[in-house]
Write a protein that binds this ligand. Structure first.
Ligand SMILES: Cc1cc2nc3c(=O)[nH]c(=O)nc-3n(C[C@H](O)[C@H](O)[C@H](O)COP(=O)(O)OP(=O)(O)OC[C@H]3O[C@@H](n4cnc5c(N)ncnc54)[C@H](O)[C@@H]3O)c2cc1C
Length: 473
């Protein structure tokens, strides 16, 4: 292992390989340290359409397409009394599909691609500690188990996922949300029947008493089936039923679609669980570092947003670092931009997920009500009217109650209003279009992809001082 690099990336999941690839493509010297040896297992299999745009930027879409993952043409929701399909065919633009992926294989394609464009990838190499100098990270201490060393860098991208080398380990500023105190239980099944619902390759999401179930078809003939419930409820149910496995099976029995699909299926993996998974770091970046993907923040997987946010923030971090190193923007400005744009994207999804949950009007609604962000919390998050306008396309939805908001969301997502199709754009569906022109500039800056990925000032304005953000949690 060499002793220094311009940019060090910790973690080779979607966030790390996206950032590393984009920086290497700009000619920077990038080293990536990944704790595991790929392929390695990971949850997070259902991808939104927005993934395609970033895979195009990376130049890896063909490789992913050629792999044979299940093509996903939409999603299917059974939410309380509602049943609706979300076809991607209603979206503006050319992209009308994404994939249901085995993450071990998807992540390996992305990491191998990073290596192929010049990233110096070391697998089986854990970042054990980060050394600070003058208040900023300056070097990482790594370990392979049999050897160890130190590597210095100009910039660090922490893309170490939930492990969170910087935020959870070093800075200890990860804050868990007081809504979304949930647990996911899941396993894999062989010979499940197709759901027969929604567009081809859909993920099916079904509410059940005390939570919801996901059903995701995978290309190796297995089906990923999970149950999300409240942490407090799981504790009670474990006591009542005997253990987490019993709670999982009981939830699947209560889900008509899962019972039908799994009628002749065999379970082929032990139960897996993830708990307390919704959190955000107090700061997403600082002098000489950026947190990308789950290393920065995570929200409930209801709308399958995790890989998208990982790719998206990896791209933003690469743009910010590229422009700082080329001297196009000041570090302070780039940090302000990254913090604002990534946090906005995250908090919009957070709000959207909460609105989806709180629109549930079924029996045993306690779990769903517990996911509700109060109006004050939403205001603190700073999403307010502007966000709701984007979601709803009407002027004053910020004054609407959740049920009304949900009605509009449903129309937007299903592409139907009053029985007629309405055009959906990526903008109002994915809510995270980064500012790509002077008209939408954030802190006087926008993202550009030409002549290379980076940030641009919209005009010579006085830079807005960087302010430590307030975090909801
Ligand atoms: C129950 C559940 C269901 C989900 N479902 C979906 C879904 O359907 N769709 C979706 O898009 N998302 C889903 N997600 C979210 C998704 O799994 C994550 O958001 C996504 O994997 C984040 O990517 P990442 O690159 O930030 O982190 P990761 O993919 O976790 O990658 C981080 C990498 O860093 C490595 N690492 C960790 N520590 C170190 C260290 N010290 N040194 C070096 N390397 C290190 C790890 O080995 C790992 O490879 C789900 C999450 C959960 C919990």
């Amino acid at each position: 292992m060499r002793e220094s690099t311009q940019v060090l990336v910790a973690g080779g999941g979607p966030a790390g390989s996206t950032a590393a690839t984009l920086l290497a493509q700009q000619g920077f010297d990038v080293a990536l340290l990944e704790r595991e040896t790929f392929p390695r297992y990971h949850i997070g299999e259902s991808l939104p359409v927005s993934t395609l745009r970033i895979l195009d930027l990376l130049g890896v879409r063909e490789k992913v397409d050629a792999h044979g993952f299940v093509r996903k043409y939409g999603s299917y929701f059974e939410w309380g009394a509602e049943q609706w399909s979300l076809p991607f065919s209603h979206l503006d633009g050319e992209d009308k599909y994404s994939w249901q992926v085995k993450r071990s294989e998807f992540d390996k394609i992305l990491l191998d691609h990073a290596r192929s464009v010049g990233v110096d990838v070391s697998e089986g190499t854990r970042v054990a500690d980060v050394e600070f100098a003058d208040g900023a990270p300056a070097a990482a201490h790594w370990s392979t188990g049999s050897s160890s060393g130190r590597i210095g860098f100009d910039y660090l991208i922490d893309a170490s996922g939930r492990a969170g080398v910087l935020s959870r380990g070093k800075l200890q500023d990860r804050v868990f949300h007081d809504v979304f105190k949930n647990v996911a239980l899941w396993s894999y099944w062989r010979d499940a029947s197709p759901t027969g619902r929604g567009p081809q390759g859909s993920v099916a999401v079904c509410s059940v008493p005390g939570g919801w179930v996901w059903i995701i078809p995978l290309h190796d003939g297995t089906t990923s089936v999970g149950f999300v419930t409240g942490k407090d409820r799981l504790a009670k149910e474990r006591e009542r039923l005997g253990g987490p496995d019993e709670v999982y099976r009981d939830a699947l029995r209560r889900c008509e679609l899962a019972s039908q699909v799994l009628h002749t299926a065999n379970r082929v993996s032990p139960l897996q669980a993830e708990t307390d998974y919704s959190y955000a770091a107090a700061r997403f970046c600082g002098s000489r570092y950026f947190l990308a993907g789950d290393a920065a923040c995570f929200l409930d997987p209801l709308l399958s947003t995790g890989v998208h946010l990982a790719n998206f923030s990896g791209m933003l971090a690469a743009a910010a670092i590229g422009s700082i190193l080329r001297g196009e923007v000041s570090e302070d400005d780039a940090l302000s931009f990254y913090e604002r744009v990534y946090r906005n994207s995250y908090t919009r999804f957070l709000t959207l997920v909460s609105v989806f949950y709180s629109a549930y009007r079924g029996k045993d609604a306690y779990f769903f009500e517990a996911q509700s962000l109060t109006r004050e919390k939403r205001r603190d998050l700073g999403v307010g009217k502007a966000f709701l306008d984007i979601v709803s396309g009407i002027e004053d939805l910020s004054d609407a109650d959740d049920e009304t908001a949900f009605e509009f969301l449903r129309n937007r997502f299903t592409g139907m209003e009053g029985g007629s199709p309405v055009p959906l754009s990526h903008h109002n569906t994915y809510l995270d279009e980064p500012p790509t022109g002077p008209e939408s500039a954030v802190f006087g800056m926008y993202l550009t992809r030409t002549p290379e990925l980076g940030l641009r000032y919209s005009a010579k304005t006085s830079p807005v001082p960087y302010a430590t953000p307030t975090t909801d949690a």
